[in-house]
Ligand binder design. Structure first.
Ligand SMILES: [Cu+2]
Length: 81
C-alpha cells in the first residue's frame, strides 16, 4: 500500500508540475505578442514591462504562483485575460 501511494504521488507530480510551471512562459509570450500592437500610455507600458520582468524572475526562482499573478496583472493592463 505504501509503495503504491508513493508511485501515485510521483506520477501525479510528474503530470502536474510541468503543466503548472509551463503556464508562465505562455503568459510571457502572450504579453510579448500583445506589446507589439498595444496602445498603452508610457506609464502603463512601463508597468507591463516591470510586471513582465518580475514574473520572469519569479518563474526562474521557481515561484510560479507569484509569477502567474504578476504576469496576470500585466495581462490585465493589456486587456488580455
Ligand atoms: Cu513558472
Amino acid at each position: 500500500m505504501f509503495r503504491k501511494g508513493v508511485l501515485v504521488a510521483a506520477v501525479a507530480m510528474l503530470i502536474a508540475t510541468p503543466a503548472f510551471a509551463g503556464s508562465c512562459p505562455k503568459h510571457m509570450a502572450d504579453i510579448d505578442a500583445a506589446m507589439k500592437t498595444a496602445q498603452l500610455s508610457d506609464a502603463d507600458k512601463a508597468k507591463v514591462m516591470q510586471l513582465r520582468k518580475q514574473g520572469e524572475e519569479q518563474h526562474k526562482a521557481g515561484d510560479h504562483g507569484a509569477s502567474v499573478k504578476s504576469l496576470g496583472e500585466a495581462k490585465k493592463i493589456l486587456g488580455l485575460n
